[in-house]
Design a protein around this ligand. Sequence first.
Ligand code: ATP
Length: 915
Amino acid sequence: MSNWYKLDSVEVLKKLDTHPNQGLSLSEAEQRLKEYGFNELTKNPGENIWQMFWKQLTAVIVLILIVAAAISLALGYYIDACAILTIVVFNSFLGVWQEYQASQAIAALEKLAVSMVKVHRGKKVREISARMLVPGDIVLLETGNLVSADYRLLESFNLRIQEASLTGESDPRDKQAQMSVQGDLPIADRLNMAYMGTTITYGRGLGVVTETGNKTELGQIATAIQTVKPQPTPLEQRLDQLGVRLAMIILLIVAIIFTLGLLRGEELSFMFLAAVSLAVAAVPEGLPAVVTIALALGAQRMFKQRALIRKLPAVETLGSVTVICSDKTGTLTENRMTVILLSVVGHQVNLTNPLRSSALGLNSYEDSWPVLKEQAILNLLLIGGLLCNDAILEADPTIPHQFHTVGDPTEGALVVVAARYGLRKTSLEKAFPRVAEIPFDPERKLMSTVHSITKASRDFNETLESIDFAALGLAESSHLVFTKGEVVGLLSICDQVWVNGKIEPIKKTWQEKILRDNDRLAQDGMRVLGVACRPLNIPDDSIDLKSLEQNLIFLGIIGMIDPIRPEVKEAIETCQTAGIRPVMITGDHPLTAQHIAQELGIEFSDRFLTGQELEQLSQEELENQVDQVSVYARVSPKHKLNIIKALQKRGEIVSMTGDGVNDAPALKQADIGIAMGITGTDVAKEAADMMLLDDNFATIIAAIKEGRVIYDNIRKFIRYTLTGNAGELWVILLAPFLGMPLPLIPVQILWINLLADGLLALALSVEPAERQIMKRRPHHPNESIFSRGVGRDIIWVGLLLGIVLLAVAYNYWSSNLPNWQTMVFTTLAFSRIALAETMRSGRYSLFQIGLLSNKPMLAAVALTFSLQMAVIYVPILQHVFKTTPLSVRDLVICLALSIFVFFAMELSKWLMRRS
Ligand code: ATP
């Protein structure tokens, strides 16, 4: 049914048989999940195994091989035809297996990225995966949430929803739960509904799920969401281009070999097969696929380190990051706020921190808290902090007298400190019900709530004697406004101050004292909040939110500490040795930021820019300063965008963290946008390339390290396969010049490439991190794949391998030994094993990195060696691969030659290390 908006909320609740405060019972929710299914849109199932297999078999390269097999068959080379086909099938299996692994890894990561929703279920507020929503669920809506199903709104407080995905309209609409509707309305005008796929940009509310999955409006428009084919990553694109270029060169070489062969009188059919196999063997057709697999499996490893990749190219870019812009609260610090200082004009109470854990044992700690002699004076400050607040104190079900806070930790700290002094939020909220609010917003750095004053408030107050109604001039007031937030901004909208239980006009000297106190606390690394109030005498329905925050009475300031995350200091150090500059961007006071930056050892922490200063700077001026500034304080999300653009203009590769709705543009602009997994809004997560599951700065560093490892390993793969291919090309290219026939036959080349590029090279992609990996500068994303020695090694090691093979071939062939081709074949196989081992590092010797540090490589080596032995000594395989058994002496010669190639590479690494 799509007419939910026409019913009033009572009817909707009745129809859906649910309760607005308690929600569905757990069993009912389970029952409905069975009935309605998961709340998800039908997706195209993607490719199945057979389709993947078919794709492999119809790839151009494979088709050429199949044609080659067919021609061999026609020419009577039955065994060759079968061998080629078998190898093609094996190769395809390997390809399918790799692709399947990659797609599974990506699908698993996608599942993990499903957003969570807060619902009332079984009389409690629970956080569940959006997939589990069923009609009748009561959902809590908060700024930054994605709307995960269709909801009929039950409550709305300044609720604004951006519905572009449904209506195309990018300006958010104000929603009104109470709106009653006659007749039909287009979606854009149904103000009492929230639809799947839209986002909450402001305010909060409550809704009941009316439709889920394909029955939602979004589901009706697009019943089958096409799985978007992932775009190739920059590295994949570059390798694609490289592949095409190499293919051209190789085809040219093949044409030369083909012509030379014919001129020498080789059989046309044989030369044709040789040319085809050589081309197929030498073209690095597997390169882009390897990148996808390396990235997908890398993303899986990053997940184990608590970094969830949302966009695959991010894995690649991570290794190139040169600047990490990070929030402070929660990322560098624990976001475990504890109030340690209360200050009203003339009175200051230092509450030396008795809380060490986030769990609050009210009884157990009560004694260690100082008794507040000034409680009467401080009460109003505490109450303001408590009422202008969305956090709650919840009892821990497992430990008696233990409580924890739910909600924003800054607000949680205020609830805790008030509870310490006997002020409980639930009772106060009953006595002073909230009737309107302006939510906290990082641009204004303020939050206000309006509370009505009723007889119940006065009765409550009399028993508690918490607020001096007469002194505050509340006797005739209908409402009391509380505003809390950043001190300087708050002070600018106050014209009175609360001094010794009385209101006074705010004098300059008071203002200066308050600002001095504010700076002093910030200098000690504290987060500082001011609280103010204002009595109002107007009816509920004439409250004007726009003119609320003015003529306030300044009540006092609250200082809280937030411990630094213990692991961050080391992470910052690693970051700096890795040539990456950490930059702190915070909404907090510059002195707070500076204190923490210095404690963490962030370079240039003495230079900072504030939001206000940023406003004054042109983009060019900012570009001239970004290199020297590592602390940005009192900034709002919009400044982040300018900072990133300036850094990028300076050639930096920037990662940026964010959690709020307004951070989305910055997250998109950054080379790597990182959203907070715990405190981040859905909007930020959607915009980000990566999510920190633990909100921890150290996790960014772990992910960057992983990114570097993956990039390194892709380069190792390339170095290794292309060197081998080059060696094979050289021997085949040069042999005719010495008057020899082809030293390797097609099926032998295919076999070697199946083992080397399929088994050994794959083991290179799981090579562990090199020891200096975080001690070198990041690579530039546009750096050539062949830089830093890769191209050089491909040329000279490839040539060396070719010459070694040629020497064996010539020696044995000129002595008329029948096993001359088997010698070349086996020397090549052993050399490729040896090269795989030495190319595990482009810099360190195998003996430094340790033979045992890559177990899959050991297995691949053992398997390759055994298979090669089988090919030489098992009679039926001898027939297929045209081999002759080698004597022990010959085998030792093959081994010795491969060891020679190995040491040549080791020597070049040694020379490089020395230089
Ligand atoms: P960081 O970048 O370090 O994570 P932030 O940018 O998230 O910090 P904000 O949360 O925007 O910082 O806080 C900036 C300032 O706003 C704080 O110093 C504080 O004075 C004030 N503030 C923070 N939270 C609240 C709140 N819930 N209500 C009112 N004011 C707040």
